[in-house]
Design a protein around this ligand. Structure first.
Ligand code: URA
Length: 286
């Protein structure tokens, strides 16, 4: 087993806090996912009421958002042929699509050359009504095979980061800037991010989260093309995307290569936690 990292320690620490005050510091969902071994199961919480957010958001109207289907359930993947415009996938502009239509359009997309080499499209995962969204770069090999974002090593780390924030994966939404794996895990090229732009824009518009955590430089370039500074300079500083608070931070894959940067990321994530009234109070070791 690998050595515990910062986020494992934080989760351990939370478990100890949960023993002291199980009803005050953790949501039922987090208790269920991370503390099942030490706290009695609690009944599921009711579906949260729809939120409205202030204008300045990307769109005033929200379409109904049923939980999205996995790519395997929706339209078949097209793996050969010439790329064409994403909007042509269903003949409809993604800006007018419902969540289900968007999911089907992504699954059928041939908007760029990545459609030729992908196994699965990776639409995203989690709660389409989440208040907290994580935006990564592009699917890797594991994600391409499973059709789910962040399921490889970087994904395991992201899951622990989310747990340390006292959330779990099911109550946030995780997506990528591009929906198909770039060959050899290279960074997506500008024509690929541009082809995918309408999809991620519409996802953000439909979810309308309170906060987006931007993981790494690729989503930074997509949402804030005018920003010249790199992720190292800009991380930890709140940004605004059409009324949505955005926290840029390092990508988990970078943290795997540079574990010392986890402390910086934890600072950034605590700023996000504060927006949701969550606070990390270091517990005492027994
Ligand atoms: N890296 C990403 O940016 N996204 C994934 O889904 C996996 C690794």
């Amino acid at each position: 087993m690998s050595r515990p990292d910062l986020f494992d320690e934080i989760i351990e620490c939370l478990k100890m806090q949960a023993l002291v005050s199980p009803d005050t510091c953790l949501s039922p969902e987090v208790r269920r996912e991370f503390y099942a071994d030490i706290v009695k199961p609690v009944p599921p919480s009711p579906v949260p009421p729809r939120r409205t957010i202030s204008s300045g958001g990307v769109s005033p109207a929200r379409s109904p958002m049923p939980p999205h289907r996995k790519e395997a359930d929706s339209a078949p993947h097209v793996r050969s042929g010439t790329p064409d415009s994403p909007a042509s996938a269903g003949g409809k502009d993604p800006r007018n699509m419902s969540w289900e239509e968007l999911s089907a359009a992504v699954a059928a997309c041939r908007g760029c050359k990545l459609c030729r080499t992908r196994t699965n499209t990776v639409f995203g995962d989690g709660d389409p009504r989440a208040e907290l969204m994580f935006l990564g770069e592009a699917p890797g090999a594991d994600e391409d095979l499973q059709g789910l974002p962040f399921v490889g090593r970087a994904g395991e780390l992201l899951t622990r980061m989310i747990g340390a924030m006292q959330f779990n994966r099911a109550e946030v939404f995780i997506a990528n800037t591009v929906k198909c794996r770039p060959p050899n895990n290279r960074n997506p090229e500008p024509d690929e991010t541009e082809a995918c732009r309408p999809f991620i824009m519409r996802q953000i518009e439909l979810i309308r989260p309170k906060v987006i955590v931007m993981l790494g430089a690729v989503p930074l370039r997509l949402l804030f093309p005018e920003v010249r500074a790199g992720i190292t300079r800009i991380r930890g500083n709140w940004m605004d995307y059409h009324g949505i608070k955005v926290m840029p931070t390092f990508h988990p894959a970078y943290l795997l290569r540079n574990p010392a940067a986890k402390a910086d990321v934890w600072k950034d994530l605590q700023l996000v936690m504060a927006v949701f009234g969550k606070k990390h109070v270091p517990g005492r070791r027994a």
